[in-house]
Design a binder for this molecule. Structure first.
Ligand code: HEC
Length: 103
C-alpha cells in the first residue's frame, strides 16, 4: 500500500503567509511610519538606526517583540494594533536582511 505522506506535509512557512503585495505595504510602512523616528533610510533619528550591521546580533524574536509591543519607557510604540505577529516577524527578518536595493 502506498502512503502519500509527502503530499500531506505542510509546505507553508511563516514568510509565505505574507503576500507580495502585503510585503510591499510593510516596506512602505517601514520607511514612512517607522521612518518618522528611525529615519527614512533607517539610519536613525529619534529612534536608533535599524540597519543590518547593527541588528545582526539581536535575535529575530527580540526584534519582533519590540515591534509588536513597543518598549515601555521609550518612544517606541507598540504596532500590534496594525501588524500581525507574522508581519512583525517578517519586518524583523527583513530589517536584518533586506532583500532589495535601498534607494
Ligand atoms: C515614535 C517614534 C518611533 C516610531 C514611530 C517607531 N519606533 Fe522603533 N524605536 C523607537 C525608539 C526610541 C527605540 C529605542 C528604544 C530603546 O531605547 O530601547 C526604538 C527601537 C526599535 C527597535 C529595536 C532596535 C534595537 O536595536 O534594539 C526596533 C526593531 C524598532 N524600533 C522597529 C520599529 C518599527 C519596525 C517601526 C514601525 C512599525 C518603529 N520601530 C516605529 C522609536 C520609534
Amino acid at each position: 500500500m502506498k502512503y502519500l505522506l509527502l503530499a500531506l506535509l505542510p509546505v507553508v512557512t511563516q514568510a509565505s503567509e505574507i503576500t507580495t503585495q502585503r510585503q510591499e505595504e510593510l516596506i512602505y510602512l517601514l520607511h514612512q511610519d517607522c521612518g518618522s523616528c528611525h529615519g527614512m533610510t533607517l539610519k536613525g533619528g529619534l529612534g536608533p538606526a535599524l540597519l543590518p550591521d547593527i541588528l545582526q546580533n539581536k535575535p529575530v524574536e527580540f526584534l519582533t517583540a519590540t515591534i509588536l509591543f513597543g518598549r515601555s519607557g521609550t518612544p517606541m510604540p507598540p504596532w500590534s494594533f496594525m501588524l500581525t505577529e507574522s508581519e512583525a516577524e517578517w519586518l524583523a527578518v527583513y530589517l536584518k536582511n533586506p532583500k532589495h536595493d535601498e534607494k
